[in-house]
Design a protein around this ligand. Structure first.
Ligand SMILES: Nc1ncnc2c1ncn2[C@@H]1O[C@H](COP(=O)(O)OP(=O)(O)OP(=O)(O)O)[C@@H](O)[C@H]1O
Ligand SMILES: [Mg+2]
Length: 416
């Protein structure tokens, strides 16, 4: 793959995995975690055994396709075949793939995999490695029952477990314990273990009075920044659709919009067009927040403050990624637009990333986040202090939290 130097997570996790450890690895977004679990898997697979020997579980279909692509590239010289298993498409190819017995690695979203296991297309007797990519997401309440079910079908004494994510927090350690039985080695990368956002990402937040002021702020940002390749996140499907319509009316450039409501065929096309830089603006829900490796995103705009603080880290992590050309991390900018009643959620994000994001207040918003009557408060200025107790965390409804066909259970947003 023309990589010259391993990244830190690769240098630390690969040898441990080769020695047979269960590895739990946390390393920032865009630092090459995919290769860190792919390399040991490829090394361990015996191509002469015609059976599935590794299973990689991922939260979204697009990540399934992307991880499979990396694994296929690495497995090809060793004649190791890779099969994607995910929902929203026909069963034919997936069932055929499993029936021929030529597949060494399966990359899957849990729902469809369980479906095929229950139909006896796959058993795990030959599986030696299991990976949870985006491990904290795979072990949260939405997915945990599926993961538990799949693990109950595995030959637990022989299977090696590799867990990777940019965000592995204390609260998930119990679930990790449950699946590794406490036998795992933790690898955390970074000079400070509580640093989560890649240094090369410049972060700023704009505070506006209320939701109704957000769109005008976005328009102003688009005019000022003129982003070259831009990903915009909202919390809901209706938010994506609203922005698609308004931005198209106001700017007339082609815009992609991706939610869990879009057909799978179209979802794949959208990601391909955006990855290939054919279209430069993508609006999406959190279906696109984790794992996707899209070259040269210059701007991530967080239009709605995410309900779960860690999603901020994943959203902004779509920029500032390792460049395939020279191995350095590309600079990027992350801009969040916050209404005053979202400032509680913002405070939780800042607590989590242990950093106050630079603030730019819209005219009329005072330093404590309230509407300012004072004329001296008008105008643009920057500040860093954020109030921690204004407003209410604005839950916009869970309509979009069903990506990959799963019911996403509401979690406690106050757990940090
Ligand atoms: N050793 C390396 N040298 C240079 N580039 C690399 C190296 N390893 C991986 N890359 C490239 O870095 C980019 C980011 O890798 P990857 O998607 O695996 O990151 P990640 O850590 O999984 O991020 P995320 O947390 O967002 O999922 C990819 O384009 C990958 O090809
Ligand atoms: Mg990844």
């Amino acid at each position: 793959m023309k990589f010259v130097t391993p990244t830190e997570v690769q240098a630390k996790a690969i040898p441990l995995a080769l020695r047979g450890h269960n590895v739990v690895a946390q390393s920032k977004t865009g630092t090459g975690k995919t290769l860190a679990f792919t390399a040991p898997i490829i090394d361990k697979i015996d191509p002469s055994i015609r059976a599935v020997q590794a299973v990689v579980l991922v939260p979204t279909r697009e990540l399934c396709l992307q991880d499979a692509e990396t694994m296929r590239a690495l497995g090809r010289p060793f004649k190791i075949n890779v099969l994607e298993i995910y929902g929203g498409v026909e069963y034919g190819k997936q069932k055929d793939g499993l029936s021929y017995g030529e597949i060494g690695i399966v990359v899957a979203t849990p729902g469809r995999l369980i479906d095929l296991v229950q139909q006896n297309y796959l058993d795990f007797s030959t599986v030696r490695t299991i990976v949870l990519d985006e491990a904290d997401r795979m072990l949260d309440m939405g997915f945990f029952p599926d993961i538990e079910f799949l693990f109950s079908k595995m030959p637990r004494d022989h299977v090696q477990i590799l867990l990777f994510s940019a965000t592995i927090f204390q609260e998930i350690l119990e679930s990790i314990h449950a699946i590794t039985h406490g036998k795992h080695t933790i690898v955390r990368i970074g000079k400070n273990e509580d640093e989560f956002v890649v240094d090369e990402i410049e972060q700023v937040k704009y505070v506006v009075l209320d939701r109704n002021h957000k769109y005008n702020m976005l328009k102003k940002i688009m005019h000022e920044e003129k982003p070259q390749h831009c990903l915009i996140f909202t919390n809901t499907i209706s938010g994506v659709e609203f922005l698609e319509k308004r931005l198209h009316e106001d700017f007339r450039f082609p815009i992609l919009a991706m939610t869990g409501n879009v057909s799978q065929k179209r979802r794949e096309r959208i990601i391909n067009d955006f990855k290939a830089h054919k279209i430069h603006h993508l609006i999406a829900t959190d279906v696109a927040s984790r794992g996707l490796d899209i070259p040269n995103i210059t701007h991530v705009i967080v239009y709605d403050v995410p309900q779960y603080a860690e999603n901020y880290i994943h959203r902004v992590g779509r920029t500032g990624r390792l460049s395939q050309d020279d191995g350095t991390i590309r600079r990027g900018k992350a801009i969040m637009i916050c209404a005053q009643n979202e400032l509680m959620s913002v405070a939780r994000i800042e607590e989590l990333i242990r950093k106050e994001i630079k603030t730019i207040r819209a005219p009329g918003v005072s330093a404590d986040g309230s509407a300012a009557g004072n004329a001296a408060q008008q105008g643009w200025r920057t500040a860093t202090r954020v109030p921690h107790s204004i407003g209410d965390a604005d839950a916009e409804g869970d309509e979009d939290d069903e990506y990959s066909g799963y019911n996403y259970q509401p979690r406690n947003p106050f757990r940090y």
